[in-house]
Design a protein around this ligand. Sequence first.
Ligand SMILES: [Zn+2]
Length: 261
Amino acid sequence: MSSKSVTGICESCGQERQLIKAHIYPEWAYRALYPDGRVNNDAPLLLVSGSESRTRRSRIGIYDDQILCQSCDELIGRLYDGPAKRYLLETPLQVFKEMPEGSVYVLPGADPQVLKNFFLSLVWRASISQREEYGHVDSANPHQNMLKRIVVNNLATAQDSFGVFITRFRSKTIKDASLKYSQVPYPTELNESLYWILNLPNGYKAFASPLNNSNLGDLLPFALKQGSPVFVLEWEDFETSNEVEMLTKHLKRMRDQKRLG
Ligand SMILES: [Zn+2]
């Protein structure tokens, strides 16, 4: 691997700096996909792409060497990536309430503002990345500058501003797969409003609105907010999810092309 670094304008501080290999999703999100949570050089991760007809191998996932300088990348790592890893990978959920849709859990001890801004930072990092894997994450969002200010300064926002709520897959038959799954952000529509879906290991699936006035509807009480518990909605079965449908479709297409080729 080449060790040369690029000089350019850092997207965070705006200064001309040496830019480093910055992960969009933190490195731990890839590491956690390995069977025992440790990088295995002999059996690297399999990357499946909707736009490519082949799979690729990758040790530690996707990074971009043209977006952030070292000190800004480290700051984001300290502010968000470190705590988010503790919350999402190392903190057991506690049952909060059973509902007809499924269970509502809380993440004890998690800082809602840090976690909210972690998810927003993933949207922001994806939007500034020139990597083709993130090309679909719209950097022309009218609230892009505000999104950046929130992330860079760890600002508090109202529950319905850049709203984020967290869900987690249930799974009976392919539980291991549901826990070892991640995906680049993909858009969805909820209450006629755009949300980015952020799939992270351990079955987590967050919905993040890139808008100042998010329309959360009935989900508003569960959105992340300073001073409120961090709720996790376990309402969706992995087996029947969009994620499995997309993955199955891509794998089938690749298998068909392999057969034809
Ligand atoms: Zn910087």
